[in-house]
Design a protein around this ligand. Structure first.
Ligand code: IVH
Length: 676
């Protein structure tokens, strides 16, 4: 009871400080003095210190200053700011290089030169220079649209305001990392959890004078949009950055060979503790810009770069219990509840056990003493069990054969493609029968890459679910706001904000919509492929009537696994009801055929046989770059069959029957005004 009172008091104070923050940062009209504000903040921190159970996400002890999103104008990046794929092991690196060599159709002895750049853990920013003048600076934001933080960036001494060098491009976005040195962070420890938060908080101060007080640094490492950039290699570009007056990382190097990358990685890791800035790994980029261009991007990351993360740290703990979590697709994931231990500055109390097979393989049991590893940003996992410490009374962990949430049978499916039984056990219920699955589906529905509804995070979805405010996705658009306003932690302002962000998202693109449905095996990329193919929600929905699932094989990238999954989605009654209801509420935008007038417009291609010096993947990206389409079967939708060495006979024969043009590699390249 006492705790409940404390919690209420704590929440009230947090609401209050949020109100004052808004007055100060957003409205520029503070109603209390600075010392009164500090007093309130101190009270919250002292409540937290005395009561460990108090840890609200929006507490001033955690929040990165105030996020004044309304204060900063948003603006689009001229070229998106991508993220990087991660590598943790030597195998990951070997795989990365192998994929690149395959894509470029080079043999395994081809020497790739990398630019190896220690990865600073700060906040990335993109600086636009026109005619040598620093004109505009954006934060990364979601990669496409960032916040205009020009005034704050101008306070950073490492950022040149004017560059008169003759060979500095007339128009370029210089990109790099804003960060704070560890020694400077010492004085800010009270205010921020770590140097990264300090940098981010200070960059977002409303008043640039406040930003100026915090010693921020900037290191440049790449570019976005550019005109007349003369360099052909990343290492030359970095040298030029130095000449132009930017700071670059003194530990950058060019290296080739995975063994040498690893040697450098180990050396840098040794130096890590002595550096005055935080690094969390090393970025490897293909040094040659022409090769980078050929490789291009996948979804949100370039194919030509990877971040080799430093390992985690390890720690020894004890398994207190094994919980079974149920995911959106019904997968049962065992999670070890461990005695909390501090690993690399983070208190870890959960570790994933992956799946039933993993538990059996390592014979992990409740009560075991285990080594836990925390690698990068991924969920900690159990490395090994110390059998010597196992008690005689311990018994094997039995994986539940009934879903702990809904009681349905749990099953391990047979995978028709790999011809193996899945390692994952799943709840066999369908649609929205299982509560846990439903909650996860709802979280996915509102998540960043789906409906991206601000202010409707996982905890809130769980809360609304418990209160029976939502059960199906459509309920999100029919919330009882009057009821929510009366709930603890909500006020009229926060309800208004929620209502606003939900209504705003009623307009949605078809790819996001398909992704939001959470159909198994239909991730973001596949949802994009499907939306491009169907063009409208109606066509997509009609699939359940035409049942012409085989036609999806025409979509390059969609295979049997995905098709079976879509089929099973459409075989469940409740999914139709959800689609119908959503259709009534939403405006699902049709895909308008891109107006790009590339050389291959309205032409479709399929490759059979081995090509010379160019991989299939590269051909595909060449076709798409030039507004053409790639298909994966010979049908009357195909215009050109490109044949290489040893083509599949059947494909060539069917193409002849259908009178499809058959061309070779040279003829194809000629269509693009290229030669091989
Ligand atoms: S290149 C497309 N180079 O890492 C390539 N990024 O996960 C992406 N970062 O948002 C940027 N040091 O904040 C690049 N030398 C470096 C980097 C670096 C740190 C950060 C950057 C980016 C994130 C990608």
């Amino acid at each position: 009871m006492k705790n409940k009172r404390i919690l209420e008091k704590y929440k009230k104070k947090i609401e209050l400080i949020k109100k004052f923050n808004k007055q100060y940062y957003d409205d520029n009209k503070p109603t209390i003095s600075d010392s009164e504000y500090d007093e309130l903040k101190k009270e919250i921190l002292s409540l937290e210190a005395k009561n460990k159970f108090l840890d609200a996400d929006d507490s001033p002890s955690k929040a990165v200053g105030y996020k004044p999103s309304k204060n900063f104008k948003k603006d689009f990046h001229r070229v998106p700011m991508l993220s990087l794929a991660n590598a943790f092991t030597e195998d990951d690196l070997l795989n990365f290089e192998k994929k690149i060599l395959n894509f470029l159709s080079k043999d395994k002895n081809y020497k790739i030169i990398y630019s190896a750049e220690p990865k600073i853990d700060g906040i990335s920013a993109s600086l636009t220079y026109k005619n040598g003048n620093f004109e505009r600076g954006l934060s990364r934001g979601d990669g496409r649209e960032g916040e205009d933080i020009t005034v704050n960036l101008k306070t950073i001494k490492d950022i040149p305001k004017k560059i008169s060098d003759k060979d500095f491009p007339k128009d370029i976005d210089i990109r790099g990392e804003v960060f704070i040195q560890n020694s400077d962070f010492e004085n800010l420890k009270e205010k921020f959890a770590n140097p990264r938060n300090a940098a981010s908080g200070s960059l977002r101060q409303k008043n640039p004078e406040d930003t100026k007080k915090i010693p921020l640094n900037f290191i440049a490492y790449t570019f976005g949009f550019n005109r007349d950039l003369k360099q052909k290699k990343q290492s030359d570009y970095i040298k030029k950055l130095d000449d132009w007056g930017f700071k670059t990382n003194p530990l950058n190097k060019t290296i080739s060979g995975i063994k040498n990358l690893i040697q450098n990685y180990n050396e840098v890791e040794q130096q890590r503790a002595n550096l005055d800035f935080d690094i969390d790994g090393i970025v490897y980029k293909i040094n040659d810009f022409d090769l980078q261009k050929r490789l291009g991007n996948v979804a949100n990351a370039p194919r030509w770069a990877i971040a080799h993360k430093f390992p985690s740290n390890k720690g020894i703990s004890k398994i207190l219990d094994i919980d079974i979590q149920i995911g959106r697709t019904g997968a049962l994931t065992p999670v070890a509840k461990i005695k909390p231990i501090n690993i690399g500055g983070v208190l870890v109390s959960n570790a994933t056990l992956h799946n039933e097979d993993e538990i059996n393989r390592k014979d992990i049991r409740i009560g075991d003493s285990v080594t836990v590893e925390r690698a990068g940003d991924v969920i900690p996992h159990i490395l090994s069990v110390d059998l010597k410490k196992r008690s005689n009374s311990s018994s094997k962990f039995i994986f539940p054969n009934k879903c702990p949430s809904c009681g349905s049978k749990t099953v391990k499916e047979f995978n028709n493609i790999t011809k193996k039984i899945d390692a994952v056990r799943r709840c066999s219920s369908e649609g929205y029968y299982c509560d846990k699955i439903t909650i996860e589906k709802l979280k996915h529905f509102v998540s960043k890459e789906a409906f991206n509804i601000d202010g409707l995070g996982k905890k809130i979805i769980e809360g609304f679910w418990k209160l029976k405010l939502i059960k199906f996705p459509q309920d999100i658009f029919k919330l009882d706001y009057k009821k929510i306003e009366k709930l603890e932690g909500w006020g009229s302002l926060s309800v208004e904000n929620l209502k606003y962000s939900i209504n705003q998202k009623k307009n949605i693109s078809l790819d996001r919509f398909i992704f939001a449905l959470g159909i198994r095996h239909i991730g973001l990329e596949n949802a994009k492929l499907l939306s491009k193919y169907f063009k409208s929600f109606l066509n997509f929905k009609n699939l359940s009537k035409t049942k012409n699932y085989k036609e999806l094989l025409n979509i390059d990238g969609i295979g049997e696994t995905q098709i079976n999954s879509i089929k099973s989605f459409f075989s469940i009654e409740i999914n139709f009801k959800v689609l119908d209801e959503l259709e009534k509420i939403l405006v699902i935008k049709n895909v308008i055929a891109t107006q790009k007038n590339g050389l291959l417009k309205n032409k479709s291609f399929l490759v059979t046989g081995k090509l010379n010096g160019i991989s299939r993947a590269e051909v595909k990206s060449l076709i798409e770059e030039n507004s053409g389409i790639t298909v994966s079967t010979v049908s009357n939708k195909l215009k050109y069959l490109i044949i290489g060495e040893k083509p599949t006979k059947r494909k060539v024969e069917s193409a002849r029957e259908l009178k499809i043009k058959i061309i070779n590699q040279d003829e194809f390249l000629k269509m693009l005004n290229k030669t091989s």
